[in-house]
Design a protein around this ligand. Structure first.
Ligand SMILES: [Zn+2]
Length: 80
């Protein structure tokens, strides 16, 4: 998951960072350099939508299910 800092006043978006602390660092750096440490109106944090299982394409569900089924059958065959 990555985060980006967006300043609507400057119409800029930071490069993506991987952690919340990296986001805070980008935010603080931008505020200090371009706004004298003040909080600009309209600033926002852009983060990706949370993962949903429904986002997985149907074909990958089918292939994944077949792989799991194959592993279960192979394990059962080996046990017996
Ligand atoms: Zn700004």
């Amino acid at each position: 998951m990555s985060y980006q800092y967006r300043c609507e006043q400057c119409r800029t978006t930071s490069p993506p960072v991987l952690t919340r602390s990296g986001l805070v660092e980008e935010q603080d750096k931008h505020r200090r350099l371009f706004h004298g440490g003040h909080i600009p109106d309209g600033e926002m944090v852009i983060q990706p939508e949370p993962f949903h299982y429904t986002d997985i394409p149907r074909g990958q569900w089918i292939i994944g299910s077949l792989m799991v089924l194959t592993l279960i059958v192979a394990a059962l065959y080996r046990i017996s």
